[in-house]
Every structure is written in C-alpha cells, then in structure tokens.
Design a binder for this molecule. Structure first.
Ligand code: PAF
Length: 289
C-alpha cells in the first residue's frame, strides 16, 4: 500500500493510474478502524480500480473540543488493517495539507433542512465541518465512487447534498452497518467504552428493534417513551429518538403506508456519544399521534 502525506504527491500518483484507465474508489475515514470500515474497503475493491482510503481526524467537525482530543487514534493498527484488506493507497494528511490557509471559519454550505434536525440540531456546526473536509478530500482524490457507511445515515444525506452543491459527479455507495454479535453497531467510539458500558450500549440496538417491531401498533409518543425506557434501563441518555422519512429525514409522528422510514437514535453512554439507525421497510400499518 502506498502512503501519501501530501495531496500533491497523491494527485501525481492517481493521475498516472487514471491515465492507465483505472477508476478510483474512495473510503474517507477518521481512523480507529474497525470491520465496518474494512467492509467499505472491500466493497470498493469488489468494484475494481484503485482503492484509496484516507485517515484524518478532522478538527472542524467536532463541536466539542474534548471529543476531538479523546477521539481514538490507532494509526499503526489502521495501516495494518488496510494493508491486510488490500487497500491500494492511504492518504494520511496533516492539518496543513488539508487546510493550508488555516481552519475555515467562513466556509459555509447551504444544507437547508438537513442541518436543522437530529445531529444537525444537536451538534451545531458538525455537518459544515464534515462538508469542509469531504470537499477537500474529494478534490484531492477525485474518485468515481465514494463509499460511506449507513451508520452515519444523516451524514450520507449531507454528503449527497454536498456533491450536488459542488457539482461532483462521483457516485455515492452506501454500505450496511456492521454489528457486533450482540447487535451493537461497530463504531470507532466504542473503543472508549469500558466492558460494562459496551454491554449496556446494546440498549440502542434493542431500542431500534423495539421501534421496528412495534411501529405498526403504537402511537409515536408511546414508541418514543418505551424506546427511551429501554435506553434508560441501559444507562443510556438520549439526545434524540426519532422516526423519519427515509428519503427526506422529515420527522414523523404518523407514518403512512407509502413511507419508507428510518428510526434514528443518538445517546450518551457516559461521556461517549453513540448513534445508530434502522431502516424500517415499506407497507406497515399507520400509527396515530
Ligand atoms: O464519517 C467519518 O469518519 C467522517 O465524518 C468523515 C466522512 C471521514 C469526514 O471527516
């Protein structure tokens, strides 16, 4: 695997590959890799061409400085995992390479409604930071396909919007969330949890399963209350428990037959904020307010 720390070297290399007709599949990450990330690398490899991963813990997307400081960093293990998965190129920039003019205070993207709900509401500025870094990474890598994980459901929609704003033709490939055997969604943040917290963190998955199984028979208020009780039983403190239209993220209190919906939860386990979601298939019976 080639490792490039500077975008000029990365671009030179990728240009020679493009000239030989290779397409580029890109997996952007913040490191602390787990099997969920590796499943994205594998998906990119299956599609052929050159697989490029990036590792950069982007300061502009952390609305909480402690969260940035404590974000797990496991670079040697990450490199080992990427090599083992057959990743071709790792882009490993520092802050200066991606933000040569300093952190962009005024670079704003019009994300509209998407930035007003869920993580947009609870993490002010977070998605602007995601867009700032993803735009820079896209300019450096210029991929034909961008591989993202469904666990970051709203982020996938934000990045889709970013690509339409910037006129990028790259195709987004969304890959399913990988889970531990007990259902806990794989996440770099899980590395910050104690053994006991890891067990309790499965409460998020249990609450999502509850929502999925009971959405036909209950009101929105009852669903949220009962899901909230499941979280509380597991020492989880929610930022939100929501059911939303899967295409628009419009928050729903009642669900029509034709809505494909997604249940989304963000909750704290101690100091660590975890998110997860579950798409609930079409054709279920509506529930009232
Ligand atoms: O999902 C992530 O790991 C990050 O938000 C991303 C897309 C790599 C941007 O920093």
């Amino acid at each position: 695997m080639f490792i490039f720390k500077e975008s000029c070297d990365l671009q030179k290399y990728l240009k020679t590959q493009a000239k030989q007709g290779f397409s580029i599949g890109f997996v952007p990450t913040m490191g602390a890799l787990h099997e969920g990330h590796i499943s994205l690398i594998k998906a990119a490899k299956r599609d052929g061409g050159i697989t490029v991963a990036s590792i950069f813990v982007n300061p502009t997307q952390f609305n909480d400085p402690d969260d940035f400081k404590l974000y797990p960093r496991t670079i040697e293990k990450d490199i080992y995992m990427l090599e083992k998965a057959g990743c071709d190129v790792l882009y490993l920039p520092d802050v200066k390479d991606l933000y040569p003019d300093g952190l962009p205070a005024n670079e704003q993207y019009d994300l509209g409604y998407l930035e007003t709900v869920l993580d947009g509401k609870y993490r002010p500025g977070h998605f602007q930071g995601v867009c700032q870094v993803v735009n820079r990474l896209m300019n450096a890598v210029k991929p034909g396909k961008l591989y993202l994980g469904q666990k970051d459901y709203q982020q996938c929609m934000v990045i889709k919007k970013l690509l339409s704003i910037t006129g990028s033709k790259a195709e987004i490939v969304i890959c399913p969330t990988l889970r531990e055997q007990d259902g806990l969604a794989m996440s770099s943040r899980n590395m910050r949890l104690t053994k006991e917290q890891l067990i309790n963190a499965t409460g998020i998955y249990k609450a999502l399963i509850y929502l999925k199984n009971n959405i036909r028979n209950n009101t929105g208020a009852v669903l949220k209350k009962n899901a909230g009780d499941i979280l509380a039983d597991h020492n989880l403190v929610p930022d939100y428990i929501e059911i939303a239209d899967a295409d628009t993220l419009e928050l729903l209190n009642t669900v029509q037959n034709e809505n494909q919906v997604v249940a989304l939860i963000a909750a704290y386990m101690g100091e660590v904020r975890l998110i997860d979601n579950m798409i609930i298939p079409l054709n279920f019976v509506p529930y009232g307010n």
